[in-house]
Design a protein. Sequence first.
Lengths: 127, 145
Amino acid sequence: MTAGAGADGPSHRCCMDLSAEDLPGGITKVVLQGRFDTTGAVVMELPFNKIVTERRKIIVDLSAVNFLASYGIRVLLVGAKIVKSKGGNLVILCPDNNVAKVLKTAGMDALIPIHQTETAAAAALTS
Amino acid sequence: MSSLDPRRLVLRNDVAELQRLAGWIEGFAQHGISSDVSFAVQLCLEEAVANIIMYGAARDERLEIAVELERNGATLVARIEDNGRQFDPTRAPPPVVATSLEKAKVGDLGIHLMRSFASGMDYERREGRNRLTLRFIESTSPAPE
């Protein structure tokens, strides 16, 4: 599936896109792309919540996210809590340096595992 | 400064204005500002202005939010002034450190991020307006390692 803000017009900057793919082992990889700011988080909240409600093993690939603000963290945290409450797990894959700094400053690295490779992320979900 | 001054932007209290803010900061940051400071400025202004938009006024009450950016040597100074309800983010308590995902509280991270990514943060209430000043210093690590 895919979802995103798209380009609504010349004055409307495209902010975020989401795509999801199934990996072996019942894992779902969610690839987020763009600015995960307040605007992006509002757009992503619904499609992201749909996935975390339906799936149990989720990798959230942040390698193409170039900005993260507190509302984006809120979406990730709520998602991780929903998956956990259903007996599953959510991990983060490959955030860029500044995004990783935001996650660490917010204390998210202690709550949601962060992995640098898809292999390590998948192994964490299947162990 | 006039309304056409590239260092000053006036916003309404509408979430859609955050995209205009982001584009304006990106334009300003193209002029000799490091990527780390640019990121820190974008993050702190996003958090500060989003707070004002979401909590600064009652529904349907119109606010004016003025943002200014100024370089002073190695320091970049950002000022945010609004005519919303009085709020001093420098006095907000630090977030509670969660011991588990289940117990983690959702929210209350914006001001913590501002404190961590800005080099300094001052607030004053003057003539019925909130005035928040944020400073960013080049070559200083903007966030704890």
